[in-house]
Design a protein around this ligand. Structure first.
Ligand code: NAP
Length: 298
């Protein structure tokens, strides 16, 4: 039996970033607009620090303006919302992202609600969720937007395909399901209470796993030839006991990759599949936001 095609998210994201860079250069040359992205980081979470640094570097590499606001861990809710309000009013900033999770004493919901929907490049505000559900132009959460690009690249026309999304978070599962529905798939959203999850997954021509459960999806959950998109990220100790003892880790997805390769038609690896698409789609959203705020597109 032939093995699944491995979807190279890293290469796809590099192509997307190059296209964004060209569009940014045109926007500057023709309209004197430089898209600007502001990232707000509260506290010292090491994973968030790395992620925010990478976002800043990739934003600048695409020719955009990048601002990182690093606030101390003891920042109050009012101070954080005040900064968001200031960024809402800043004409040079077209995208605002508040890095999650926030420190425990802060409530993310009112902070997200304070972001102007037209600058909400993470697509997390109620307004953008409503726009997506209603089929109106808005800003869509970056990871599902990236997954859809990969799926379309492999499948082409999605019309009539059966899609199963495992996970129903506002960040990932729900917007992913909405995007697949918009693309005329027949969509099922599965979650922790779904009965006989393997049987539900086996229906899928397109299976998106976003549960955050390491290697939960086994080969016998996959319909032969299906496109499998693995969003999950779990950090486990290294397989090498000495390396594990030294604190080394490895990242695994929600899908048992090696065995899934024997059944799926195409599959994203972890790492190197969905992950690189997230920041590329953040840049894409910032470009879209800049064009819309300037009245250049609806
Ligand atoms: P989340 O908010 O924790 O949501 C997880 C979802 O999975 C929930 O809806 C939950 O169901 C469901 N779930 C949990 N265990 C399950 C099980 N055993 N069977 C079926 N469903 C189950 O997580 P998230 O933010 O959506 O992220 C999901 C995963 O994607 C995480 O591993 C995260 O790190 C990763 N992620 C990766 C990227 C990337 O750039 N690659 C971006 C975002 C997220 P209930 O609602 O019933 O609890």
């Amino acid at each position: 039996m032939t093995q699944a095609r491995i979807i190279d998210g890293k290469a796809f994201a590099a192509g997307l970033r190059a296209r964004i860079g060209e569009d940014v250069a045109k926007l500057k040359a023709l309209h004197r607009i430089q898209p600007g992205l502001a990232v707000v980081l509260v506290g010292e979470d090491p994973a968030s620090q790395i992620y925010v640094k990478s976002k800043g570097e990739q934003t600048e590499a695409a020719g955009m303006r990048s601002e990182t606001h690093r606030l101390p861990a003891n920042t109050s809710q009012a101070e954080l919302i005040q900064l968001v309000s200031k960024l809402n009013a800043d004409k040079d900033i077209h995208g605002i992202l508040v890095q999650l999770p926030l420190p425990g004493h802060l409530d993310s919901a009112p902070v997200i609600a304070a972001i102007h929907p037209d600058k909400d490049v993470d697509g997390l505000t109620v307004t953008n969720a409503g726009r997506l559900a209603s089929g109106l132009p808005g800003l869509v959460s970056c990871t599902p937007a990236g997954c859809l690009m990969l799926i379309k690249d492999v499948v082409g026309d999605l019309s009539g395909k059966t899609a199963v999304v495992v996970g129903r978070s506002n960040l990932m599962g729900k917007p992913m399901a909405q995007l697949l529905l918009q693309a005329d798939c027949t969509v099922t959203i599965a979650h922790s209470r779904t009965k006989d999850l393997p049987a539900v997954c086996r229906q899928a021509d397109i299976l998106v796993a976003a549960a955050g459960r390491a290697e939960m999806v086994r080969s016998d959950w996959i319909k032969p030839g299906a496109v499998v998109i693995d969003v999950g990220i779990t950090r486990l100790p290294s397989r090498d006991p000495d390396a594990a003892a030294a604190g080394k880790t490895r990242i695994v997805g929600d899908v048992a990759f090696e065995e899934a390769l024997e059944v799926a038609g195409a599959i994203t690896p972890v790492p190197g599949g969905v992950g690189p698409m997230t920041i590329a789609c953040l840049l894409d959203n910032t470009l879209i936001a800049a064009r819309r705020l300037a009245g250049l597109e609806p």
